[in-house]
Design a protein around this ligand. Structure first.
Ligand SMILES: C[S@@+](CC[C@H](N)C(=O)[O-])C[C@H]1O[C@@H](n2cnc3c(N)ncnc32)[C@H](O)[C@@H]1O
Length: 299
């Protein structure tokens, strides 16, 4: 059995994945295989000692150190799972779910599958009534990712993996979100336009500002994407103890940028364009210079 976020609670089971935490709060991901030992810096633990124990139990290693057993969080898992390519880090995964407004029941197309970190986060957010379709060009990456995903979420009936180049097109239609983590997401704009519902969202994670610039320009050039915006997530951990309260000396300085845009209705826009009423993309780009609109609900 694998760890499944939907099956939390109850005693730890044979075959389940647990996070063992030592006295220095180092975490080790361990499968509770009966009859096996797990070796840590502070002596080994018999996995049988944990099977049937409640989550949060402590066990002693053979040399008498206490080790805590918890079910791993998505963050624990993503940071330690084997990699086929650079996964999106937890700080960006969390922000991306809200930035892209991934909701229960959403239909999401994703590319590339990579190591499966983003896919795991998307699958949990869309839930059993939603669907994630993930494109990946590399067979080996797709195989690795599917192993990673099922080791944490055994029920992946809401996932479809397509070994295909997303730049050549998306088979799906009436999609709520297109979420891309690959080098040239602007090459997927035409197929995303076909796939997305009006009001749907195009989201990309990009490591460099040059990629962001090209993507934003190309999204605006289509005339059909609006509310194009870009964010970067900086997380500063703090050191908190009785005698000290300060930011950590180290932090992750850069991972990537998030870019999003909403698809507007092609039909209405095209009608206006024919009549010559359409606001040109150039004028719309000039809107950036306008003062920011007042936020808030109108009555
Ligand atoms: C940075 S990794 C994605 C990591 C993934 N988001 C995660 O969190 O684990 C990029 C992946 O996109 C795949 N890829 C690149 N171009 C692609 C394309 N045109 N269509 C589908 N997949 C592509 C690569 O093979 C690679 O596995």
């Amino acid at each position: 059995m694998s760890t499944d976020a939907t099956q939390r609670g109850g005693p730890l089971c044979a075959g389940e994945l647990v996070a063992l935490v030592d006295h220095k709060e180092r975490r080790y991901l361990v499968r509770l295989t009966p009859g096996k030992r797990f070796h840590t810096h502070v002596g080994h633990v018999n996995r049988d000692d944990l099977i049937g124990q409640p989550e949060g139990s402590w066990v002693l290693t053979v040399v008498g150190h206490r080790v805590l057993a918890l079910r791993p969080t998505l963050e624990d898992y993503v940071l330690q799972m084997p990699r086929a390519s650079q996964p999106i880090y937890p700080k960006d995964l969390g922000a991306l779910l809200v930035f892209a407004d991934i909701f229960p029941g959403a239909r999401v197309v994703e590319a590339g599958l990579g190591s499966g970190a983003l896919t795991l986060a998307l699958l949990r957010a869309v839930g059993p009534s939603g669907r994630v379709v993930s494109y990946e060009v590399r067979d080996d990456a797709a195989a690795r990712a599917q192993e990673n995903i099922t080791a944490f979420l055994p029920d992946i009936s809401n996932l479809t993996v397509r070994i295909a180049d997303v730049y050549l097109g998306m088979e799906e239609r009436a999609v709520d979100r297109v979420v891309l983590d690959l080098m040239e997401p602007w090459r997927a704009i035409p197929s995303a336009l076909e796939a997305l519902v009006p009001g749907g969202m195009f989201v990309a994670f990009l490591p460099t500002a040059l990629q962001v610039h090209q993507l934003v320009n190309e999204l605006r050039d289509t005339s059909y994407f609006r509310l194009v915006d870009t964010q970067e997530v900086l997380v500063r951990p703090w050191h908190v103890s009785r005698m000290s309260l300060r930011p950590d000396h180290r932090m992750v300085a850069h991972t990537g940028f998030l870019v999003r845009a909403r698809k507007t209705s092609r039909r209405i826009y095209a009608e206006w364009e024919e009549k010559g009423d359409a606001v040109s993309p150039a004028t719309l780009q000039g809107e950036e210079e306008a003062p920011p609109a007042q936020d808030g609900l109108t009555t």
